[in-house]
Design a protein. Structure first.
Length: 77
């Protein structure tokens, strides 16, 4: 893919997980007029407990990064 096509697909100003230092940008490109839905609710049992903890951790990171941006600057959404 050429550079122009890559730039068009990536979008100017967008944040991407692979570009973040810890692999998680916290970017949310879900349409504002649609309500988020939760399709998976892990139990507190066995392996699913760890999955639930990870999902909670990522939700906290996403909320923090949406408030402060990936670079620590406070942003408006």
């Amino acid at each position: 893919m050429n550079a122009a096509a890559t730039a068009l697909l990536r979008g100017e100003g967008n944040q991407y997980d692979p570009d973040a230092a810890d692999g998680f940008s916290g970017a949310d490109y879900f349409p504002d007029d649609l309500e988020h839905q939760r399709f998976y609710r892990p139990t507190r049992n066995g392996y699913e407990a760890g999955i639930g903890e990870r999902l909670e951790h990522l939700a906290r990171l996403r909320a923090e990064r949406q408030r402060h941006g990936a670079d620590g600057e406070r942003t408006e959404r």
